[in-house]
Design a protein. Structure first.
Length: 185
C-alpha cells in the first residue's frame, strides 16, 4: 500500500469512528442488526442524524445495509483495522519541514524568537546555529558565547545543548570548543 493510500485510509477509518454519536451507533450495530428507527430511539438522535452517521459508516466500509436493516460488517472492520494499523505510516517530515521550522523560530535579524522545546525542532534550529561555526576551527568559550548571544540571550543553555546533543565538542576543561563532525542530525 502506498504512503498516500495508507494516510487516506487511516483518515477515513478514524474520522468515521471519532464522532461519539457514530460510536454509539456502531456499538449498537455490534450487538445486533438495526433499522434507522430503532437506532434513532436507542441513540436519542433524529432519523436524519442517524442516516447521516450511517452514510459515513457505510462510506468507510464499516456498515452494510440490506432492506433498510443495518449491520456492522465485522469482517470488513477487522480486515480494515489489520490493514490500516499494520501499515507503515510515513514518518518522514516533508522536505520543506526544516525551512518551515526555521521560519517559525527565527526572527528577521536571525535571532531566535524562542528556543524550541520539541526535540525534532530543536535539532533543526541547533543545526542551523552550528552552521555558523567554522569547520576545523577551535573557539574559546568567550567566542562561543559571543556567537551564541546573536541567537538568544540564554546562550549558556544553547551552548550546553549543543554540546550534549553532539553539535559541538570541547576540551575537558572547557578551554576550547569546535564544531563536531560526528553529529548525524
Amino acid at each position: 500500500m502506498a504512503d498516500d493510500e495508507v494516510t487516506d485510509e487511516l483518515l477515513t477509518f478514524f474520522k468515521a469512528l471519532i464522532d461519539p454519536d457514530r460510536l454509539v451507533i456502531a456499538g449498537r450495530l455490534a450487538e445486533s442488526e438495526e433499522t434507522i428507527e430503532s437506532l434513532a430511539v436507542h441513540s436519542g438522535l433524529s432519523r436524519v442524524d442517524v442516516q447521516r452517521h450511517l452514510d459515513r459508516l457505510i462510506e468507510a466500509g464499516l456498515v452494510t445495509a440490506t432492506d433498510n436493516v443495518y449491520t456492522l460488517d465485522r469482517d470488513a472492520l477487522h480486515a480494515r483495522a489489520r490493514r490500516v494499523l499494520s501499515a507503515k505510516v510515513p514518518v518522514t517530515p516533508p522536505a520543506d519541514y526544516p525551512e518551515k521550522v526555521l521560519a517559525d523560530y527565527l526572527q528577521p535579524d536571525g535571532s531566535l524568537k524562542e528556543i524550541p522545546s520539541q526535540l525534532k525542532k530543536k535539532l533543526i534550529v541547533y543545526e542551523h546555529i552550528t552552521s555558523q561555526f567554522e569547520t576545523g576551527r577551535q573557539y574559546a568559550e568567550k567566542e562561543v558565547n559571543e556567537l551564541l548571544k546573536r541567537f538568544h540571550a540564554d546562550f549558556v543553555s544553547i551552548r550546553r545543548d549543543l554540546f550534549d546533543l553532539g553539535f559541538i565538542a570541547r576540551q575537558a576543561d572547557g578551554s576550547a570548543y569546535w564544531r563536531s563532525e560526528s553529529n548525524t542530525f
